[in-house]
Structure formats: structure tokens, C-alpha cells
Design a protein around this ligand. Sequence first.
Ligand code: CLF
Ligand code: SF4
Length: 419
Amino acid sequence: MSEEKKVDLETALLSHPCYTEAAHHKFARMHIPVAPKCNIQCNYCNRKYDCSNESRPGVTSEVLSPEEALAKVRLVKERIPELKVVAVAGPGDPLANEETFVSMQLIANEFPEMTLCISTNGLNLPDNVDRLWDLGIRFVTVTINAVDPHVAEKVYQFVNHGGRHLRGLEAAETLIERPLQGVEMCVKKGMMVKINMVLIPGINDQHIPEAVKRLKALGVYIVNILPLIPVAGTRFEELRAPTARERRELQDLCANDVRMMRHCKQCRADAIGLLGNDRSQEFAACGSGCGPTGGATSTPLGLEEKTATRLAVASSEGVTVDGGFGNSPVFRIYEYRDGAIQSLGKVELNRDQDAPLYGETHRLRLEATVQELNDNQIVVVTGIGDKARADLEALGIHVHVTRGKVEDAIAAAVLACRK
Ligand code: CLF
Ligand code: SF4
């Protein structure tokens, strides 16, 4: 029998940016995208994109082998000393891919102080609790969108389990029974279990409070209610996303029963950095080339060319400019250099979408947005008020107002700024 890995759970909890809100400004996490296969089909997931269990549906830049993942962890640890957590969160299901276990073992061997974390749909969890424990994994997230098969039936298209392809009620029952069993086993073992629930208006919104009570009774540590992101090419593409108010009201209600996570950023399967500042693009495509003598990404950050321009673009999907300065909930950050555009991540503003666009609250919101974006040279929006424009310009930030495609807007904004 292997010797049990010692983990200081309290210290790990206090520095885990998802489990402890106060830690998320200080400590970074890294997702290693080593798990491409999935054993179920959620109606909100397009498999060309990242796993919606843990990520906003954006294209993962790469799928890594365990050895490449280890090399990348070395590089990221060197550049981001605040790195505390390494996790597998897709792009498929971690427990449907043997590479998850191999990668975690390699990382545990080389970085014994690192907190290890996984996020799974839970189908294979009961069979793997001991294995995860032996690897030193103490943080397990399970996505459970319903505990009633008649609700779950509407969320999942199929489940592949035990050599069978299940659909309908049978699939739903399996995808309730197995994850709940896994959660119970993890809690008994001493793991910190987080539940992710995708809030799907008209499908599970009325059911979530009941589901939360059931999960609380099993001893889960925290619950994270994520808004549905309707993704093109999925069965739910025509559904609407919940409003910020709907989500908050549900969180408030469920907070009577269990601790709520409210700072989730729905990260990519290859996310790197602080939760609110994804730096994955800095390390993109550095799989096997990111050893000590690695490729382009090993250029020290301070030695970048001076011609680079950093822009914040109000764009919900990264396709078109579609937000005003005062109401865009997300600004995407890009670097423009010698005609090439590189995505550097996004800044999310945690805005109450129902708040009025006038008055004192709105004024404070605009000031906070100016501060959030003040390390950019250009801000691109569909509209902006005089006061906010003046505040940005006082900081030397050029404002470009436009609509249309993001890349066209960036090129035009840089040109206008340099005139
Ligand atoms: Fe990753 Fe998830 Fe571990 Fe965090 S993310 S596997 S628990 S280390 Fe965090 Fe990202 Fe939200 Fe997930 S902000 S999507 S909750
Ligand atoms: Fe997609 Fe994740 Fe659901 Fe699998 S578990 S179908 S990868 S969202």
C-alpha cells in the first residue's frame, strides 16, 4: 500500500482562490488541459470548446500530454510565484482520461507543496475516490445540475457508462446517483467538495434550492451557481442566460443552507493566473517547447518589444465590440504588435446588470471601471459618457468608439491613437 500523502488542509484551503474568496486576489491557479475525452453530453456544451463545468466556452489553446503539462507547470511556477493550485478541469472530463492521473502524479512528485484540484461531472467519481486521495488531491468539484431525474433528463443528451450508451431517464438517473455517491465518499474521506450548478432558466432554476439542501446534507463545503452561457451549436443555444439579479437572488436564498461561492470567473480549461486576470495566452502553445531553453514564450516578460499596444475592448464574446463603457460586464484585453493581435485575457466587472445607468451608484461604477482598466493604452467601446472619457484621457488612455469586428476595431483604434 502506498504511503499516504500528508496535506496541510487548512493552509491549502486558505490559499485556494476558488474555495476562499479572500485568497483569489493573492494566489493563482493553473489548469492543465490534459483531459480531452468526455463520457457524457451536456446540452450546454459544444465539445469543440472548453468544458463548461469549469470554463467559459472559449477554444482551449492546446491539449497537453502529462509530460508537457509538467514542463508547463515548471515554467508557470517560475513566472508566477503566487501559483498555489494546479487543477484538471477539462476540456473533457478529468476522470474519463487516464492522463489526469499520470499528470497529477508527475506534479505531486516534483511539487509536493502544490495544492491539487479537479473538476468532474462525477460519473466516474465513485471508482476513483481512493486513487485521487492517494495522489494527494483534497479539492474536488462536481458539477450537479439537478437531483431530480425529470429535471436532469432535460440537461443531458446521453451518458456512456459501464459499456452502455444511456439516454433519457436512465441517463439522468445514472448521472445523479453516481455523482452523489462520489460526493458522499469524498466527504467521508476528508476532501473539500465544491458543487458547480449551471443555472438554466426554465430548466433547473426552480429546482436548485431543493438540490442545494440535498447536497448540504451530504456535507459539501461550498456551492457555486454559474450562469448558463448559451453556446452556438448546442441544444441550449436558443435559451437565454439568467440575469445577474436572478442569479444573485438564488445565491442569497441558498446561502441560508450552504456556503456560496460568488467570485467564480467560469475559467477556461487552460486558465492560468489570478481568477480575474487570465494569463493563459502568455503561455499558449508552449507544451513541449516550454523547457528551460523553450521557444518564444520563454522570453522574459520585461523584454517585450516597445511597439506593443495594450487595449481593453468591451466585447462579450470576443467577436464584436458590443458594450458601452458604463454597462459592459467584460473587457477583453489584447496586445497589438506589428500587425499581430494577441489575446491577454479579460477583466470581468461583476456588475449588477439591473442597476440604473445614472445616479451615485453608476458614478462610482464608472470610476471603478476607469481604475480597473488603467493599465491599458486604449479603451474600445460602443459608447461612453463625457465624464468617463475625460477621466480616461487624464490618465493618458485613448478612447475609441466603434462597433463591428474586434480585430478591425483594434487595428483602427491603434491607427487613430498613433496619429
Ligand atoms: Fe480550477 Fe475549479 Fe479547482 Fe478552481 S476553477 S478546478 S476549483 S482551481 Fe474557480 Fe474557475 Fe470558477 Fe472553477 S473560478 S470556474 S470555480
Ligand atoms: Fe462538456 Fe464538461 Fe459536460 Fe463533458 S462534462 S459534456 S466536457 S460540459
